[in-house]
Write a protein that binds this ligand. Sequence first.
Ligand SMILES: [Zn+2]
Length: 342
Amino acid sequence: MDRYSRQTRFAGIGSEGQKKLLASRVLIVGCGALGSSLADTLARAGVGYLRLVDRDFVDLSNLQRQVLYDEADVAARLPKAIAAADKLKRINSTIAIEPHVADVDPSNVLGFADGVDLILDGLDNFETRFLLNDVALERSIPYIYAGVVGSFAQMMTVIPGQTACLRCLIDGVPEPGTTATCDTAGVIAPAIQVITALQSTVALQLLTGQPELVRPRLTIVDVWEGTFREMDLTSLKERGGCPTCSGGRRDFLHGEAASKSLVLCGRNSVQVAPSEKRRLDLNDLEQRLKPLGAVSANPFLVRFQPTGEDLEVTIFRDGRAIIQGTEDLIAAKALYTRYLGN
Ligand SMILES: [Zn+2]
């Protein structure tokens, strides 16, 4: 217990709280800036089991704010979930870490949420956030939402049956192009650090069995302006009428399949996902692509630069591809079909 002595000495946690943390299981969805900061804090705090899910690989432009990664991860082009797990094991070898290189969608999200005590949001899109909100209510698992853009960050905690949910606050997925993104407005690291500090604190309170400490509010911070605001969400919950937590609908979990192509945040990239889950033979794929351009591979992905095109394609074992150098969804899908089939 020496490792956690400063934490157990803190009256709010103590040795009983530490035992609860060591027995806790947490799902972190997204291992970008938010997710890597959350995972770093919770691994050091001794949360006994962390399940990490991320669909992306480490890129040079991530290092400005994504604290678990370094230049060696960029050079090896490791998937974020794998690079994060490797780093976390060196930080705390006594806890269990389960990485998944995957895109969370309605077909796999219940499996990822299976057996966890808490869901943490390290995402960059509202579609998946509403999916997690649905799962939280469906399975009665607390969920902590956070979002960051520019110098601005916000967070709220959803405790099913007690607090307002994300859909009480925001009616639906914002139309593309109507909200600022990290691509259009940039993002600075302190905005992430302040909001993940609040998320991690609530996580410690919930995992040590103290939900009464969590106030039902939306916290809004602008680190550049130096402002900190809170919106009480009690009346929002009492008003009722939310399709998800009052109406019992799970539109994102059971609704029409999520869109298959997405423009990623901040990288001039498009993800194309196959209509059905696959298990690609990466060695075979590498051989097939070699005559068509520059190919390199690691155990998790194949990287391909088609001859004569100013594009780079990264293909994962589950059949997803991230195409860098375009934001044109139709062109990206055409490219996917050309090299990988339907
Ligand atoms: Zn609600």
